[in-house]
Design a protein around this ligand. Structure first.
Ligand code: PGA
Length: 247
């Protein structure tokens, strides 16, 4: 049985003080859930939020990292730095990073591999634009993105990865994929994982849905056979997040 995992992507929101206050205000409604919960905060909030969450069972995650260990990369944060802080999760390849910061399937693959080398769990994001869905290439695209993201990752490491299927047209728009649309794409991801590795590996890997998850739609989405939780943006900044984790 895969343990469900619900991660909040706080994006570029909250100062360290605000982040700690918010974490304090919702941790009781999140902890004790059957699902694993992760707060992906801005880099500067990771330490303070981690301190606040000590003993709660709630984990923190970063929202990005560089694929090199160190070097002349002004403004970047590396996997060893996150590891040294005790950060267990890192989002890689979020569509906003792909759209605004030039990330590609190849850089996402390099980041995922580097995260695994340092014992971090990458939450690898992928998904189609509205244009691509209209063109009928969602399945092909999601399969290709999964193949490139996982390229060079051995079976033992693959089992640790979390994949977030996030249709770009559903992110921050209030338009959610239907349960059936989300299930179909997450199923596509799992089927291609079975082709790359084997059934056992594919059945172990956790696949999240992301894109306008709310208290109203979380239960239906998370009940689908191939959806193992969610990556939640807007609603993770509200008290609602506790309800979503428990869904
Ligand atoms: P949203 O964001 O829940 O606000 O649509 C999801 C995400 O960007 O991961």
């Amino acid at each position: 049985m895969r343990k469900k995992i619900v991660a909040g992507n706080w994006k570029m929101n909250k100062s360290p003080v605000e982040a700690v206050e918010f974490a304090r205000s919702i941790k009781d409604s999140v902890k004790g859930s059957e699902a694993e919960a992760v707060f992906c905060t801005p880099f500067v909030c990771l330490g303070p939020v981690m301190d606040e969450l000590k003993g709660s069972g709630i984990a923190v995650g970063a929202q990005n990292m560089h694929f090199e260990d160190s070097g002349a990369f002004t403004g970047e944060i590396s996997a060893p730095m996150l590891k040294a802080m005790g950060v267990p999760f890192v989002i890689v390849g979020h569509s906003e990073r792909r759209q605004y910061f030039g990330e590609t399937d190849e850089s996402v693959n390099l980041k995922a591999k580097k995260a695994l080398v340092h014992g971090l769990t990458p939450i690898i994001c992928l998904g189609e634009t509205l244009e691509q869905r209209k063109q009928g290439i969602t399945t092909d695209l999601v399969r290709l993105q999964t193949r490139i993201a996982m390229s060079g990752i051995e079976k033992a490491d693959a089992k640790k990865v979390v994949i977030a299927y996030e249709p770009i047209w559903a992110i921050g728009t209030g338009v959610t994929a239907t349960d059936a649309q989300a299930e179909e794409a997450c199923g596509d991801v799992r089927r291609v994982l079975a082709e790359i590795y084997d059934n056992d590996t594919a059945e172990t890997i956790r696949i999240q849905y992301g894109g306008s998850v709310t208290v109203d739609n979380a239960k239906g989405l998370f009940a689908m056979p191939n959806i193992d939780g969610g990556l939640v943006g807007g609603a993770s900044l509200k008290p609602d997040f506790g309800v979503i984790v428990n869904a």
